[in-house]
Each structure stands twice: as C-alpha cells, then as structure tokens.
Design a protein around this ligand. Structure first.
Ligand code: SAM
Length: 238
C-alpha cells in the first residue's frame, strides 16, 4: 500500500519531503513547467527590480534559482542570502554556487517562520513556491515583514488558487493529476508531488493572501495571476 505523504504539514515532514525531492527537483521543474518556471521567476524579479548595492533575501530558496538571480542583480555592492530548512536543496545550491564564486551569495539552513535575522535590514525578499509549504503562511509573511526595512519590497510567487470549478481550476486539477503526478512517479516521487494538490487545499486564495499581507502591515499590496491563472504573484511593500 502506498503511504500518503505529508498530510500533517509538520516542519519535519516538509523537510524530509524536500530532502528526498532535491536530487530531481531542478530537472522535474523544467520538465513539469516546460521550462516556464524560469520565466515566472524572472517576471517576479522584473516587478521587484532589485538593484546593485541592495541586500535581498530568498526564503525557502531550495536549490537557489531565485538567490542566483538576485545576486546577479544586486552586484556590485549588494548581497543575496538564501534560506531553506532542508539540507539537501542547500547542498545542491552550494554546489551550483561553487561554479560562480564571483556572486555575493550566502546560504543558511533555517526556518522561514523564525529566521533569526535582524529586523528592518533587507531591501527586499522573495519566496518562490515556498509560502504554501509553511505551517503558517501568515507567520511567514509576518517574518518577511519583520526583516525588510521600511520601503523595502517583497514578492511571493506560487500556484494561484483558481475559483472552484472555473476553467482554470479544472485545468489545474487536470495538470496536477494527469501530468505532474504521473511524471513525478517515474522519478519515484508520486506522493511527494501529489502533495502539491494537498498543499493547495489549505493555501489561501490570492485575495485572502492580500488580506493577510494587509493585516501583517504591508502597504501597496497587489496580487496578479500569470500563466492563464495557474500561477500567482503577491507584491507588497513595507
Ligand atoms: C517547492 S521548493 C521551492 C524552491 C525554490 N524557491 C524554487 O522556487 O525553486 C520549497 C522549498 O521550501 C523549503 N521550505 C519549506 N518549509 C520551510 C521553512 N519552514 N523554512 C525554510 N524553508 C522551507 C523546502 O525545503 C523547499 O526547498
């Protein structure tokens, strides 16, 4: 019988899931999104516009895609810090970074809900496909708010949660069930990717994320959908 992975969303289970997925993560991302995740991540940074000299944070950095892009944009004079709670994605991120020693990057194994970083320090922060995995998305946004400075910007990229039974909703179910999970199964990761649909059930819809951001204290809040409503970007300022 197949074990059902990750119903609890406990930090230890999340960590274990991403440690297991890590060796296949980048390849599967390319296959499952037809390479489009790069374009969506670039789009997020186009909105946020990090500039040379700034200090940016990438929470739930995984294997570091966003951290590398941030580091390129803030050079010279700036820094990019990637944080992830799972060790294996960080091992891969660090290997990738070794081939780019000129980039101002550092990595920390840590919890996005309690980073231990100084308050009011960062010019900006991003979370790509990470907020949905946190035990509390609102605590994640509150931590983001704490660490960025006044006037600082943050952006969250994740799956959008389309209206129930809309065309986008039905497409998303189809995409996750008929494409994502069967392909991931070939990598021995059936339950790990079935988890995406589970995680979406408890993830706030865009307008609710915007409300949470408002309660946390953020200003200039906007939420937009991309990829025909499949992905969403939350943009905020402190
Ligand atoms: C789907 S991956 C996204 C990785 C990367 N941001 C990207 O877009 O390719 C989610 C990442 O969030 C990390 N994560 C989950 N919960 C976390 C937490 N509480 N603190 C820090 N990282 C966490 C996981 O270990 C995983 O690497």
């Amino acid at each position: 019988m197949r074990t059902t992975y990750m119903r609890s969303f406990e930090p230890a289970s999340v960590e274990n899931l991403f440690d297991t997925v890590a060796p296949s993560y980048d390849r599967l991302n390319d296959i499952l999104s037809f390479g489009l995740h790069r374009f969506w991540k670039r789009k997020l940074l186009t909105f946020l516009n990090p500039i040379p000299g700034e200090h940016w944070l990438d929470l739930c950095c995984g294997t570091g895609d966003m951290t590398f892009s941030l580091a390129r944009r803030v050079t010279p004079g700036g820094t990019a810090l990637g944080i992830d709670s799972a060790i294996q994605p960080l091992v891969i991120a660090k290997k990738r970074a070794a081939a780019k020693p000129f980039l101002p990057i550092s990595w920390i194994k840590g919890d996005a809900l309690d980073t231990g970083l100084p308050s009011d320090y960062y010019d900006g922060a991003v979370i790509a496909y990470g907020l949905r995995n946190l035990a509390s998305p609102s605590k994640g946004l509150a931590e983001l708010y704490r660490v960025i400075k006044s006037g600082g910007k943050a952006g969250i990229l994740d799956f959008n949660k389309p209206c129930y039974n809309s065309l986008s909703y039905r497409f998303q179910k189809f995409y996750l069930r008929v494409l994502v999970v069967p392909i991931a199964s070939k990598f021995g990761l059936h339950d790990h990717y079935a988890y995406i649909e589970e995680s979406l059930k408890r993830f706030p819809a865009g307008k609710d994320l915007a409300k949470i951001a408002d309660q946390v204290g953020f200003k200039r809040i906007s939420y937009l959908t991309i990829a025909f409503g499949q992905m969403g970007i939350l943009l905020v300022e402190k």
